[in-house]
Design a protein around this ligand. Sequence first.
Ligand code: KG4
Ligand code: ZN
Length: 350
Amino acid sequence: MRGFAIPGNLAGVKVLGIESSCDETAAAVVRDGKWILSNVISSQVAIHRPYGGVVPEIASRAHLRNVVPVIEAALQKANLRLDEIDGIAVTRGPGLVGALLVGVQAAKAIAWSRAIPLVGVNHLEGHLAAIFLHKETDAEHTVPSWPHLGLLVSGGHTLLLECKAPGEFSLLGGTRDDAAGEAFDKVAKMLGLGYPGGAVIDRLAKTGDASAVKLPRAMRRRGLDLSFSGMKTAVADHLARHGKPEGQALADLCASFQASVVEQLVRKTEAALEVSKLKQLQIGGGVAANSGLRNALTALGQARGIEVFLPAIALCADNAAMIASAGSYRLARGERADLTLNAAATLPLA
Ligand code: KG4
Ligand code: ZN
């Protein structure tokens, strides 16, 4: 009998997660909604790098080539056969629709042919589920309780959310234009640092002087909404006036840009803590790997007496373990998708 026979019970259940929303084809097996048995990621970054960003058609074709081998590798690493899997969770959006479709169709085919329960997962919900994941050997791992504040910072989204229960969110604020990761990527492109640029800026910023270049701190008032397009324009203006920096000047510009992004994120997070009265904070998404943001939020937690939960760096980027975790909770609640499950380019979380 499959492990979801008792509603609400996650004990012992093994869920296969599949993720193909952007430029990573990923599959993973997670037990009890939290223990990573395998986490396989095939990155397409090298394929898209010559174009300076993700080319949707090329991404879809690469997912098509990779999806079956990646799923097979995830099962093999978990030392499990398909008939030992209790459920399948697949990212259904938001993302590139052609890319999403590959994962959704693969998941539907396996679920239907093997009569395995299936559920669709919002990619952003997956990023926020990353905080619950850990290796079985890591008994010290602590997780936030419900409700808590969530800061989701990825390549396509920047949201402040009240996380009420697994899969249940209410929106407190968000960016009015670019996402935080998008701003990092656009600035990295202007500086000739390649794609994706967030991690490169982060590394260069470590040896730079954050007070060297004055950049705007946008949306000082305006409630809990954020904006990053002004900072990107300010960097473009700086380059137009001073030319492309190198060496120490490049590190200084990276540090100044990163500091202004981090300052805005931290200020709005602090305001959201104030308004919501929530006492715990978790972050998720690719930009959650940023060292400046992690340090600043840790300091904010200490200053305000708030517990701050940071995901492991390796789990910030796109992966399928986070999708399997989010899907486990949905499956345990009795949620099931049928063969009408479809991919959605846009999919609101709250
Ligand atoms: O969550 P993610 O892997 O994909 C989306 O769902 O969008 O996020 C990717 C984003 C990219 O914009 C990338 O530049 C950014 O995360 N990123 C970082 C860092 N590592 C990845 N941004 C700032 N600092 C980092 N260390
Ligand atoms: Zn993502």
